[in-house]
Design a protein around this ligand. Sequence first.
Ligand code: S3P
Length: 171
Amino acid sequence: ARGLHLSRPVVLVGMMGCGKSAIGNALAARLGVPFRDTDEALTAAARMTIAEIFARDGEAFFRARESEVLARLLAEGPGVVSTGGGAFLRAENRALIAELGVSVWLKADAELLWSRVKQRTTRPLLMTDDPKATLMELLEARTPSYREADLVAEASPDLPIPQMVDRVITA
Ligand code: S3P
């Protein structure tokens, strides 16, 4: 990454479990720029977990706060921004990201995503009778939006994070 100079934020988008936070952190460290995470910024400001926000105020409220947080993080200048899996679905968020940053879709297949998220039951959207089926439905419904990202980096099972960072930088 030496010599790679960021003039805009790099925004990681993609499904729950694709590795946005882990890869985003490592990418930011590699590039020597700040790492920012919409879920983290949102829960820090709200002093509640995402599950609590969904339960108390509903998803629409969460999405409105998420858009505000995204705008704030993008305005902070060059850095790596990791987004919640639903952030790139809103046209207004995509437009803002296109204007101020460069988006990278961390593309991962259904099995890889499921293997990563099945351990953790904290995601409100997956608190259904059949979380795997729900994840598959979300993947299918969301893929057309993720395709609108500027760049794609493909995640593969067992690929170590530094190699995933290489893929993002190559993209
Ligand atoms: C969501 C993904 C979560 C979090 C919230 C909603 C989604 O973030 O923002 O639970 O709609 O896919 P991660 O993608 O970091 O799990």
